[in-house]
Design a protein around this ligand. Structure first.
Ligand code: UDP
Length: 323
């Protein structure tokens, strides 16, 4: 198939692009490079630099690519930032997405795979979290993604646009070529690995008084290649739907730090800080729905393997993509 990938220069997008190309699909990457990196775009893909907020930019790029399907990764995705700058999140994640959908309809493309998030649920009533839980986000990031899920339902009802929304839990790990490099790094695993690389003095734990066994937040860390595989399977879906995507296992911040110590052999000093606004204590996926419907199964179940792949990439690329 011919796939148009927004945000294909970002962390998750770049690795999905690599996996699509490895399976023989054609790919056009559309990215404004504010978060993404030119060097993260696989050289086998066609690259179109542009901004989703500019319909004069996305319309012609999408029409020229003539895609069979669109994968939409381009978004702002930081819980903490969304609590201080909600406008950015609603403008880019909802408004930018609408420009993309309009461009798709104009070009006659009606197949869509959407990067959604477990943050659409807010603190869950129970874990593991399946798709039947109520969605009550507690930060503008999660709310913006939930709003776009609703937009997609209406575009299916009214325009027949078929979508699969994948609600990721915590993406982690790397492939040999592509990995996680944010200009301002806020994510747990890369920040800990920067300590092992000698680029930071210590790791920080945001909150040690949560109602979890060791008091730190629990997340479901899923390997990026397993995420990519779900996107590729989603291209075959017959009906519009939503899937939660994680391994079904949870690790606390303290456990992640301990695992990084094991994998890197570095002592990784830690400083305990206050809670970060907008963080639910425990997010763990139940992914039975996508496993049953599309036969998806995570290959990486071990946190050591996931962090090991990230560590290998960071050691090879200590300055990330260098831009
Ligand atoms: N976290 C932390 N120290 C850091 C970065 C993150 O303790 O330097 C915590 C954060 O509060 C959350 C978990 O680690 O509970 C995962 O955060 P991350 O930003 O990696 O992903 P998110 O769950 O926000 O998507």
């Amino acid at each position: 198939m011919n796939i148009f990938v927004t945000g294909g220069a970002g962390y998750i997008g770049s690795i999905c692009v690599e996996q699509l190309l490895d399976r023989g699909h054609g790919v056009t990457v559309f990215d404004n490079l504010t978060e993404g990196h030119r060097l993260a775009v696989d050289p086998r893909a066609t690259f179109a630099e542009g901004d989703l907020n500019d319909s004069q930019s996305i319309g012609p790029a999408l029409a020229a690519a003539k895609p069979d399907a669109v994968m939409h990764f381009a978004a702002n995705a930081l819980v903490g930032e969304s609590m201080t700058n909600p406008s950015k999140y609603f403008r880019n994640n909802v408004g930018g997405g609408l420009n993309l959908l309009d461009a798709m309809l104009a070009a006659g493309c009606k197949r869509f795979v959407f990067s959604s998030t477990c943050a659409t649920f807010g603190p869950p009533e129970r874990v593991p979290m399946d798709e039947t839980l109520p969605q009550k986000p507690i930060n503008p990031y999660g709310e913006s993604k939930l709003m776009f899920e609703q937009v997609l339902k209406w575009f299916d009802t009214i325009h027949g646009l078929k979508f699969v929304a994948l609600r990721y839990f915590n993406a982690a790990g790397a492939t040999e070529k592509y990995g996680e490099d944010h200009r301002v790094e806020t994510h747990l695993i890369p920040n800990i690995l920067k300590v092992a690389l000698g680029q930071r003095d210590h790791a920080e734990i945001y909150g040690t008084d949560y109602e979890t066994p060791d008091g730190t937040c629990i997340r479901d860390y899923i390997h990026i290649v397993d995420l990519a595989q779900a996107h590729i399977l989603a291209l075959e879906a017959k009906e519009s739907t939503f899937y939660n995507l994680g391994t079904g296992g949870g690790n606390s911040v303290a456990e992640v730090i301990e695992c990084c110590r094991r994998v890197t052999g570095h002592a990784i000093p830690v400083v305990e800080k206050a809670r970060r606004a907008g963080d639910p204590p425990r997010l763990i996926a139940a992914s039975g729905k996508i496993q049953g419907a599309l036969g998806w199964k995570p290959e990486y179940q071990s946190l050591d393997d996931i962090i090991g792949s990230a560590w290998a990439w960071h050691q090879r690329n200590p300055q990330g993509y260098g831009d």
